[in-house]
Every structure is written in C-alpha cells, then in structure tokens.
Design a protein around this ligand. Structure first.
Ligand code: ZN
Ligand code: FE
Length: 255
C-alpha cells in the first residue's frame, strides 16, 4: 500500500491510501480540494471513504467527493454524519473491494459519543482519539470513556502506524515534557519532530510502540505520571483520576 498524509484546513491530515493500481481510499476528508489535487498528482482513483466522527473538519469534503467519484462511504449510524452508504459499529470487520483492504472497527467514545477508529493493513486510523504524544479533547465523553477507548489500542501490534487527524505533535510534546521531563523516548521524539517540521514534513504517522513509550495519556500507570499527579495534589488518584487530571491540565496549557 502507498500512503500520504494530505494537509487540509489549518492543521488536519487526510490519510490517502492506494494499492499498486492506484485504487485509493481516504479517511476523514474535511475538505475535497486537497484530496482532488493529491489524486490528480498521482493518477489515483478514489473508491472509498472512511469516517471516524461527525466533526466538520473530518467530513466537510464528503458530499463533493461523493458527487465527483464512484465511492463507498463508511461511517457509524450517527445521523450527524451524511452522506454515507455503509453503517459500521464496534467489532465489525469491513472489507473494501478496491483497494482490497480489511479493517476492524473499534468504538472509541470520548472525543465524541460515536467516534470510531479503523485498524487494519498495519494502520490505525484514530481520528481525534489518539494524537502523537496527546489525545483528543473530551467534547461528548467522560475521562472514563476516553481512557477505556485508549486502552483498547494496547493490544494492537507495536509497529502499527498511528494515523491521527491533526498536526498537534509539537504542542503536545511541550505539554508532555512538563509531565515527564526525563523521559528519554519523549526527548528523542521532541528532536525528531523539530527536525521534521523544520523540513516542512508531517510529524505523523508514529509507531504505536513509540507512543506507549512517550505519550503521557497512554502512560497513566507509569511512575512518572503518578509522580506528576502527586505534585498536583492528587497523591491518591486512581488511574482514571490521573487521566482526567492530565486532560484538564492539557486543556488549560498554553505552550
Ligand atoms: Zn474532532
Ligand atoms: Fe478534528
């Protein structure tokens, strides 16, 4: 499979993936124009669209793409997501005809109530649930729900490519360093991201194992996060409380 992170809107990435014949699918096209340009440039043909959640920066380009291409659209039953012609839910295994690809659908509520992720072919398309060195804001869900959603990623292969929907990595790293300043993997990631961004390249995808080594939101059970929670006056916090405290601190963090 060939893939590219198509930059869209202010800081979105639309993942565009194709087989050797140029049969392609996109994930969360918040805008049609950059997808059209990326397809034209490569001579690829759009055949399917996967959607993770209803926010407009993820679905804004769908109606234009549906009008101009012969595509199948996969999404949850949430009526806020239109148009679509395949309904997905937790545990479904979907197989695209072209490009030939199979994905497991994972319900990951937290950012929104009906958010899903797609895992398959070595990719995790996680929308606004997991970011590199961060996680999504809790617009419709509780910390319990978001933590449970992130926990479902723990069983995926370590080399899985985390394909998130935003370029938030540098600011996520600035926050993460306030939580876990001595984390070697996190410091390496900081240097790598600084270099990539300087070269004008996306900081993502990352490998899932590297997220587990450096992303504080995946490390609520670590010594470092426990120490940080203690310093926040949450010495006896449960893992959910530590997660909630991290999310709250990130919400009010200005780098
Ligand atoms: Zn969103
Ligand atoms: Fe978003």
């Amino acid at each position: 499979m060939h893939w590219v992170a198509v930059a869209a809107l202010s800081d979105n990435y639309i993942w565009l993936v194709a087989d050797d014949e140029g049969q392609a699918f996109v994930v969360d096209p918040g805008e049609a124009a950059p997808v059209e340009a990326a397809l034209r440039e490569r001579g690829w043909q759009l055949r399917a669209i996967l959607l993770t959640h209803h926010h407009n920066d993820h679905i804004g380009g769908v109606s234009d793409l549906v009008r101009d291409h012969d595509v199948e659209v996969y999404a949850t039953a949430d009526p806020r997501i239109q148009p679509k012609n395949h309904f997905v839910e937790d545990g479904d295994v979907i197989t695209l005809e072209a490009p030939r690809a199979t994905f497991k659908v994972m319900a990951v509520p937290g950012h929104t109530r009906t958010h899903v992720a797609y895992f398959g072919e070595g990719f995790l398309f996680c929308g606004d649930t997991l970011f590199s060195i961060g996680c999504g804001r809790l617009f419709e869900g509780t910390p319990e729900q978001m933590l449970a959603s992130l926990d479902t990623f723990a069983d995926l292969p370590p080399e899985t490519l985390v394909c998130c929907a935003h370029e938030y990595t540098a600011s996520n790293i600035r926050f993460a360093l306030t939580v876990d300043p001595d984390n070697h993997a996190l410091r390496l990631r900081r240097d790598e991201v600084a270099r990539l961004r300087e070269e004008g390249r996306p900081s993502v995808p990352s490998r899932l194992a590297d997220e587990y080594a450096a992303n504080p939101f995946l490390r609520v059970d670590s010594e470092a996060v426990a120490r940080w929670a203690q310093a926040q006056g949450e010495a006896h916090a449960t893992r959910t409380e530590r997660f909630a405290a991290l999310r709250r601190a990130k919400d009010s963090f200005s780098a």
